[in-house]
Design a protein around this ligand. Sequence first.
Ligand SMILES: Cc1cc2nc3c(=O)[nH]c(=O)nc-3n(C[C@H](O)[C@H](O)[C@H](O)COP(=O)(O)OP(=O)(O)OC[C@H]3O[C@@H](n4cnc5c(N)ncnc54)[C@H](O)[C@@H]3O)c2cc1C
Length: 359
Amino acid sequence: MKMTEIAIIGGGPAGLSAAISAAASGARVTLIERDDHLGGQLKKQTHMFFGSKKQYASTRGIDIGDILQEQLAQYKDRVEILTDATVIGIYEDGVLTIEQNDKYMKLKPQRFIVATGASEKFLTFPNNDLPGIYGAGAVQTLMNVYGVKPGSDVLMVGAGNIGLIVSYQLMQAGVNVRAIIDAAPRIGGYLVHASKIRRMGIPILTSHTVKYAYGKDSLEKVTIWQVDERFQPIPGTEQDIEADVMCISVGLSPLAELLWQIGCKMAFVPELGGHVPLRNENMETSLEGIYIAGDVAGIEEASSAMVEGRLAGLCAAFSLGYKAGNYEELRKDCLEQLDSLRSGPVGEKILKGLAKATA
Ligand SMILES: Cc1cc2nc3c(=O)[nH]c(=O)nc-3n(C[C@H](O)[C@H](O)[C@H](O)COP(=O)(O)OP(=O)(O)OC[C@H]3O[C@@H](n4cnc5c(N)ncnc54)[C@H](O)[C@@H]3O)c2cc1C
């Protein structure tokens, strides 16, 4: 069985940042990523990020992933990176099992940082399993990672930031976006993205949802209808939209199965996207030595995922006796950055959620 000091599960912005800060403190780290590359969601984000300079605002997501990997490379003497490697279980004896290239291996770390990100939520309507109906993140992966156009006419369901950004990227790829619909009465994403899309002539229909999807072998047409203020469909408001692709972008759920399995205390916190582990200020869960960071701790943004990762890496290393000279200062800096990222109107919702999830 292999041993390590800190196992970090997930190589997205949270996991990469956790690895950088734990290794910078002096700890030996094993970073495990199920994909064949590091970067998580950043790998497909060709747009420039918002936020503050400290979290690489005005830099494209894909470039932020490269910057983090360059930073991590400085500590290669104490960082082991496993890609194409999926953690399939964490067990009571503190051992985790990894599947890599059809082989299974066991790893016994002294500390864990779980940074597995999130999965896409889906919608219930007749024929929602027709080929051509995707999660918006899946479409972004097809286009921006593999260079594959998903189809020619798209209906986007969800006008949050992901729905708006993916719609724009579809248009950049020459795909016709027929409309964006959202059941909410208001657009959830940043208005700057929505205005850009509207200027290109794409209708954004709020208070609308999907009634029915049609198609013989794959999606051909979608019937949408209006909903009232209680999200109840209004008969007689149906419209048909010809589309061979429907993108569902109705939110993300924390990917917390490993934390359920090991027995972390969990809470259902809608403001954070669903079931999340309880944690303290240092991102340590109810189980000593198991830390979390990023979307698995609550759906937020890459900026906060990176700061949470830094905090978790720092605190996990400190708990092993690695006292980076200015530990208290670094920890305080992370907490202040998180406060500042959560200070806007979107932050209010996150703070409400965190109050329920912080033990
Ligand atoms: C379309 C879109 C646009 C966005 N735009 C912005 C933006 O402008 N600004 C911003 O700040 N944020 C943005 N975000 C949000 C941001 O991308 C996420 O909040 C961020 O990526 C979360 O980081 P993470 O490390 O927690 O998760 P992820 O980036 O999802 O990384 C998790 C990693 O864990 C791996 N993993 C999962 N399970 C296992 C396992 N069992 N074993 C091994 N590996 C595993 C996954 O393969 C993945 O690589 C956007 C997201 C999307 C989808």
